[in-house]
Write a protein that binds this ligand. Structure first.
Ligand code: NDP
Ligand code: 2IT
Length: 458
């Protein structure tokens, strides 16, 4: 179960949640992430309350070490000067250089940056790699922009960002709207300004210039390794089960590819406009062509597969969640599954939800799933394969080496198995009843709090 903050027994926790929510009252996504994480930590906090209070541990945990916000001017193809806002949130560096993606999407604001960076602290701790939590991005909308516009934007963005990052300081990567093309332009500008080849300053690079094999596939593949562990531990086989995957970007595509290899039948995928239902199973090579090559819309699937059905989004539940399937893999964006969607999915017999995206379920939706015995693989554990493989990319860069696809994939699989084990152990230790959501938070918090305590009041 997810604890409602009103029901918390720890006065200290309640006070931190109340005061942080009041102080950041305009940041609804950040408050949502904060409440979800902090309330689930109660069993650990109660054990150590006096110590944590005496050093204001939680008050420090919820305050970013640094936030940078900056102007990003760039010229569009018509010669007009456009101005966007850029961000980098360096939330917690206690276990390594800040690490986390860059998101380019018109919805980006400080609240979304802070929720993502906060989640990233816990996710990165679970990977077992020495990486702290950060996130950045811009309200720039890449949709419909020419290649040259994307390049000019990335160059302007990096002209400022470069003074705040470095391979031992802060290492950005991709997220929504930022893939291999953008990382290439960002890296080029960094290298030009710094006059040094610091390969480890960005991850998700092209294979030709320091990228890691399997990084592109890592988040989606990792999600499925985690799902396999979670389901088999609960005596559920993947073979022959049906799945729906929201989104059709990087995470969704490779989750689909691995899910199919594991014997799942993926019947639907989506984008922000609607979903495609293909009862014969999604043709993932076709989706790759539409999305990765042509940068098109999922609706174009019907041009090649006329028997498929397109369901346009309307109302407050994306149409994909009105479909019946066993395994639900939200891989698009935050708050995609609200309580109404959760009720429909439970009614339709869903067995498990695997969060490929960051915070794709609202807090009440997660609570509803858990109450109805639907297994939930929380994003900060289940989608950690991306950042974990970014850390493997950093290792290869430091060693000036490059591993094979199989080597990286095997390490990724081991990391995901280990992350599931940590969630499961915390679940068992605190008798949470298959609540891997709280299990992930607790396991990560133990590591972060120990590092923060060891490093004193900073
Ligand atoms: P992409 O930009 O490659 O794809 C995003 C997908 O989500 C698109 O299909 C997009 O559709 C869809 N989408 C639907 N609604 C929205 C919305 N309101 N805002 C933005 N996108 C929307 O991103 P990724 O696949 O990289 O990221 C997907 C999710 O996974 C995000 O939550 C991200 O934070 C998370 N994640 C990503 C990792 C990575 O390594 N890339 C690692 C861990 C988590 P449309 O084209 O219509 O916008
Ligand atoms: O949300 C995430 O973990 C990412 N977007 C990947 C971050 C990274 O540094 O690879």
């Amino acid at each position: 179960m997810i604890t409602n903050e009103q029901e918390l027994r720890s006065e200290y926790l309640k006070k931190v949640i109340e005061e942080t929510s009041a102080k950041n009252c305009y940041e609804k996504e950040f408050i949502q992430a904060l409440k979800e994480v902090l309330s689930s930590l109660e069993p650990v906090v109660i054990k150590n309350e006096e110590l944590y209070k005496s050093i204001s541990l939680l008050e420090r945990l919820v305050e970013p070490e640094r936030i940078v916000s900056f102007r990003v001017p760039w010229m569009d193809d018509n010669g007009k000067i456009q101005v966007n806002r850029g961000y980098r949130v360096q939330f917690n560096g206690s276990i390594g250089p800040y690490k986390g993606g860059l998101r380019f999407h018109p919805s980006v604001n400080q609240s979304i940056m802070k929720f993502l960076a906060f989640e990233q602290i816990f996710k990165n701790a679970l990977t077992g790699r020495p990486i702290g939590g950060g996130k950045g991005g811009s309200d720039f909308d890449p949709k419909g922009k020419s290649d040259m516009e994307i390049m000019r934007f990335c160059q302007s963005f990096m002209t400022e960002l470069q003074r705040h990052i470095g391979q031992d300081v802060d290492v950005p990567a991709g997220d929504i709207g930022v893939g291999g093309r953008e990382i290439g332009y960002l890296f080029g500008q960094y290298r030009k300004i710094r006059n040094a080849y610091e390969a480890g300053v960005l991850t998700g690079k092209g294979i030709e210039y320091g990228g890691s094999l399997a990084r592109k596939e890592a988040t989606g593949y990792g999600l499925m390794y985690f799902m396999r562990e979670m389901l088999t531990t609960n005596n559920i086989s993947l073979d022959g089960k049906t799945a729906i995957i929201s989104g059709s970007g990087n995470v969704a595509i490779y989750a689909c590819e691995k899910a199919q290899k594991m014997g799942l039948k993926v019947i639907a995928m989506s984008d922000s406009s609607g979903c495609v239902l293909d009862e014969n199973g999604i043709d993932i090579e076709l989706v790759k062509d539409i999305k990765e090559v042509k940068r098109g819309r999922i609706k174009e699937y019907l041009e090649k597969v006329p028997n498929a059905i397109y369901l346009e989004n309307k109302g407050n539940v994306p149409t994909i969640y009105t479909l019946k399937a066993d395994i639900i893999l939200p891989c698009a964006t935050q708050n995609d599954i609200n309580i109404d969607a959760a009720k429909i999915l439970v009614e339709n017999g869903a067995i498990a939800v695997g969060e490929g995206a960051n915070m794709p379920c609202t807090n009440d939706a997660v609570a509803y799933f858990l109450e109805h015995k639907v297994l939930v693989a929380p994003g900060k554990a289940a989608n950690a394969g991306g950042v974990a493989t970014s850390a493997l990319e950093m290792t290869q860069n430091s060693m000036r080496d490059a591993w094979t696809f199989e080597e990286v994939d095997k390490k990724l699989e081991n990391i995901m198995v280990n992350i599931f084990r940590q969630c499961k152990e915390a679940d068992s230790e605190y008798n949470l009843g298959n609540n891997y959501v709280a299990g992930a938070n607790i396991a990560a918090f133990k590591k972060i709090s120990a590092a923060m305590i060891a490093q004193g009041i900073i």
